[in-house]
Write a protein that binds this ligand. Structure first.
Ligand code: ADP
Ligand code: MG
Length: 239
């Protein structure tokens, strides 16, 4: 316990929640498969950032996580790597299956970045199917892609609901949901859609919230949606 606190102090991270996992400060000790580690090294990353060191062990242990850290702290990879690993354990996908993992983001640009990031790190896996959907463009082409089946889906909440209603995809296989930029998501008024999606997915799902700030609205949604979460806060945010 003292050792954990010392590590956390060095990393500048506070942890709240029941029996959190110990931070891991090297990629080689995270328990990731070689194919993923190879990609991480290829991209040129040497060590995990503090939010990655602390969030990844919780996610791999199956915990719900709230991760609060400023922009540029490496939050994306902190959930993308465990999500890729999670999915590779459940492959292969059958034609037409809905996603095993869902990443939600508030804007098209953010969805595109997340999509690129997932593909970059999943490159060593054969025909890894990553889907993307966001509003403001025709449903048809997106729907065609989704109908073939995806393993990881990156989506804005409104458009995802439209596709589910149309029968282009379904969420019965989804066992992990991640909300990126949760603060912006709620500021843009997506709370009802996010709540409806979270409630629609199987109750034993794992749920992750990542954000640069932590406000009352996030706390309220987290209390409602998350199950016994571990909350990680980097630096002075939200104090
Ligand atoms: P956030 O979502 O917290 O704002 P990002 O996930 O976008 O931050 O990461 C910020 C930058 O840091 C990106 O360019 C990303 O490629 C880089 N990065 C992420 N993790 C590492 C790492 N472990 N080592 C070096 N660079 C990293
Ligand atoms: Mg981010």
């Amino acid at each position: 316990k003292n050792q954990i606190n010392k590590l956390l102090a060095e990393l500048g991270i506070r942890i709240a929640g029941y029996q959190p996992e110990k931070p891991v400060s090297s990629f080689g000790h995270m328990g990731f498969p070689d194919r993923l580690l190879e990609r991480i090294r290829k991209v040129g990353f040497l060590d995990p950032t503090p939010i990655q060191s602390t969030a990844i062990p919780q996610i791999l242990a199956g915990r719900d996580v709230i991760g609060i850290a400023q922009t540029g702290s490496g939050k994306t990879a902190g959930f993308v790597w465990p999500i890729i690993y999670h999915v590779t354990k459940q492959r292969p996908l059958k034609y037409g299956d809905g996603p095993m993992a869902l990443i939600m983001a508030p804007t098209r640009e953010l969805c595109q970045q997340l999509y690129a990031e997932v593909r970059k790190f999943a490159k060593n896996y054969d025909s890894f199917r990553v889907g993307i959907c966001f509003g403001g463009v025709n449903m048809y082409e997106q729907g065609k892609e989704l109908k073939m089946g995806v393993e990881i889906l990156v989506a804005t909440p409104g458009r995802l609901i439209d596709h589910v209603k149309k029968g282009n995809t379904e969420l019965s296989k989804c066992t992990i949901i991640c909300l990126d930029e949760a603060d912006r998501m709620l500021e843009l008024g997506f709370e009802p859609q996010v709540r409806s999606i979270c409630n629609h997915v199987r109750p034993d799902k794992q749920c992750l919230f990542f954000s640069a700030t932590f406000k009352k609205v996030i706390e309220r949604l987290a209390t409602e949606v998350l199950n016994d979460p571990v909350k990680l806060t980097q630096g002075q945010i939200g104090q």
